[in-house]
Design a protein around this ligand. Structure first.
Ligand SMILES: *Cc1c(COP(=O)(O)O)cnc(C)c1O
Length: 486
């Protein structure tokens, strides 16, 4: 039994209790294990909890109340936008014509769904300034890898086999170097300058004949707009490399500036961040990739095209990198993103960008007197504070993050990006009201005062949650595996 009196589901078990009742079987019983290869059949039945339907409902409802989501409270998580997902998106995704179709149906019977995907691609082409978009990749990192594989195929097709290196800024999201490595490239790091932007001199030093691509996040992971993008594009293109735009968080750029106009050759978007697909807990996501003309032949196949006879999947793409996902992406998330884009309209999307930036700057300036602001300049949709002032008083950023739980807030991303000491990365998003922003600012100011006057209250936080401090790595290192070994 846990100290909060909520038993584990296994502790609630009563032998013979079941969660459903069905009429007696009136057809011959089949032994399913006879259909499986012998090595896959259990010798001892799995140890499963035996509980009634009502008890299991109450159990999970009780657990769900301890969870924190955007629908229950403010969630200013930097880097992975946690904005509100409008419920109309959910309603549309559940239309039976979208929810009850199967990807193996004949194309003639799913023309509406194909039209939606095609239209979504057209909108994303417009938003990014690219020439073509694929919806296949299932997440941001998957989009990164897909685009890098296309870049690789492009150079191989041109017989340009020396391009083994991908340049990544030191502030980049961890998926960037990981995707480059998985795509078979060597990662080269380029430093940030004292303003938190890519250091152009260092970039000039690391580029060369072996440069395949520069992966750039903009606004970068500090929430700052990379002001020298055109110079960077020139530096990379001059040596024959490609420019990759990590557009996971387009909140601060959408409808204002387009990667395609800045000289980028490819981009991925996270529809589950900027375009209000719900996310967390491992998916599903959607990471479409947009490309300029040069890379179109290498798009993953099939490619969704429009013909005189309607929409169809084109498999006749001899230079394609092949499939990167079964079927054509996570359709349900794409329906949500499409609904969002259509309900907002061009003016709405522009307002999203303006409010995302306004909210972040408002909060940054209100908090600036109480915390260190390592890069004191206009931010985009997020900003990074440093808790080094508080650290000198014996309170770590982790302690302050835990204290925020007592105020009912999900803490911001902490200790990231790595080039900020005791970092706190805060992204309010455009969907929050001024009252919510002010209440969070007040909580942060109170915590800053507690650090000076009564540090124990912060060091020992949280005080109001069911579970106090967790051992954050124990579950990963020592998982409890509830199965019976054969
Ligand atoms: C979230 C994020 C990613 C990775 O996206 P996933 O969908 O989690 O794979 C990549 N880059 C940046 C900048 C991100 O914020």
């Amino acid at each position: 039994m846990h100290k909060d009196n909520q038993p584990l589901i296994f502790e609630m078990t009563k032998e013979g209790r079941i969660g459903y009742s069905l009429p007696e079987l009136d057809v011959p019983e089949i032994d399913l294990s006879s259909l499986l290869p012998t090595e896959a059949v259990r010798e001892v039945p799995a140890e499963l909890p035996e509980v009634s339907e009502l008890d299991i409902m109450r159990h999970y409802t009780a657990l769900s109340k301890r969870n924190h989501g955007v629908d229950s409270g403010f969630y200013p998580l930097g880097s992975c936008t946690m904005k509100y997902n409008p419920k109309i998106n959910e309603a549309v995704a559940r239309f039976s014509g979208f929810a009850n179709i199967h990807p193996l149906q004949d194309e003639s019977t799913v023309q509406g769904a194909m039209e939606l995907m095609y239209d979504l691609q057209e909108h994303l082409i417009e938003i990014t300034g690219m020439d073509e978009v694929t919806l296949q990749p299932a997440a941001g990192a998957h989009g990164e890898w897909t685009a890098l594989m296309m870049i690789r195929a492009y150079f191989e097709a041109n017989g340009d086999l020396e391009r083994t290196k991908v340049i990544v800024p030191d502030s980049a999201h961890g998926t960037n170097p990981a995707s480059a490595t998985v795509a078979g490239f060597e990662t080269v790091t380029v430093k940030s300058d004292e303003h938190g932007l890519v250091d152009l001199e260092d970039l000039k030093r690391v580029v060369g004949r072996d440069t395949a691509a520069l992966m750039l996040t903009n606004p970068n992971t500090l929430g700052l707009f990379e002001e020298h993008i055109l110079e960077m594009a020139a530096i990379i293109h001059e040596v024959g490399g490609k420019l990759y735009y990590d557009g996971a968080n387009l909140n601060a750029v959408m409808s204002k500036a387009r990667p395609g106009d800045m000289g980028f050759d490819c981009v991925h978007l996270n529809l589950h961040k900027t375009f209000t697909g719900p996310h967390g807990g491992g998916g599903p996501g959607s990471g479409p990739v947009g490309v300029k003309k040069d890379l179109i032949p290498f798009l993953p196949k099939p490619v969704l095209i429009k013909t005189e006879d309607g929409y169809t999947f084109d498999y006749n793409r001899p230079q394609s990198i092949g499939r990167v996902k079964p079927f054509y992406g996570n359709f349900g998330i794409n329906v949500r993103a499409y609904t969002y884009i259509r309900t907002m309209g061009p003016d709405g999307l522009k307002a999203v960008t303006e409010y995302a930036v306004l909210n972040a700057n408002y909060m940054m300036r209100k908090l600036q007197p109480y915390f260190d602001l390592p890069y004191d300049r206009h931010c985009k949709h997020e900003f990074v504070l440093s808790g080094r002032r508080q650290k000198k008083l014996g309170v770590r950023t982790l302690d302050m993050a835990k204290r925020l739980l007592d105020f009912g807030y999900h803490p911001p991303t902490i200790y990231f990006p790595l080039n900020v000491e005791e970092g706190m990365m805060i992204e309010p998003t455009e969907t929050e009201s001024k009252e919510t922003l002010d209440a969070f600012i007040d909580a942060m100011i109170q915590i800053a005062k507690e650090v000076e006057e009564n540090p124990e209250i912060v060091q020992e936080a949280p005080h109001t949650t069911v579970i106090k401090r967790l051992d954050e790595t124990k579950a990963a290192r020592n998982p409890i595996l509830r199965y019976t070994k054969a």
